[in-house]
Design a protein around this ligand. Sequence first.
Ligand code: PEP
Length: 256
Amino acid sequence: MRKSLVAGNWKMNGNKSSINSLMDGLVNGLNSNVEAMGSVDVLVCPPAVYLQQVADKVSTSSIKVGVQNVSEYESGAYTGELSLAMLADFNCDYVIVGHSERRSLFGETDAQVAEKCQAALEAGVIPVLCVGETLEQRDSGQALAVVEAQIDAVLKCCGIASFSKLVVAYEPVWAIGTGRTATPEQAQEVHGAIRAVLAAADAEVSASVRILYGGSVNAVNAAELFSQPDIDGGLVGGASLKVDDFLAICSAAAAA
Ligand code: PEP
């Protein structure tokens, strides 16, 4: 039985004041509904400069905290990067790895993403490994092959056992921030294919790994997406910045 996870990726949004309001709203909303929300894990991933502020806010709740990226290197001359050792100072539980914006805007390769997963796992931080195809790749019938290659890079680098510790997020690039969501059937097809690739290596690990859907998840479409057999929650961008919407998505995951 996989416990649902709803993760908010705030991207490069927010400031001290808006983050205070957002966190107060989330902590109060979740704490006032503890019983119903017990069946979902909730994660927020703020910009890293606000980690301490968010860590302080979650101390009275079960909300987990993560970051949106991390270096694969331990330390040294990597201007602008953050290390896993630094994250350890902030009780950071998760790190998003290989988000499509990191891959397309910052040139992260499948191999580099796999190295980041490896480094995070070694440090005891849970990677949320993002995979997904572009619209062009989907339209040319390559969606499953692209996603399987992205999964395969991590399998080769980290081994199948690593998938019992990490979380996968399927995020079709064409659905991220566009308002265009994959249909539940389209999402389920890819989630099922990811699980099949993992099952070929280890059926038990495959059955236990949480696979989130991401791409314009909102308060209205969440329940139908989360009702699919291989969708175990969501990675949420825009809607994670709005208290009511994010809480509604968490409720949909808890009820799924
Ligand atoms: C994301 O950033 O991972 C994401 C899915 O964004 P959005 O929900 O805004 O499409």
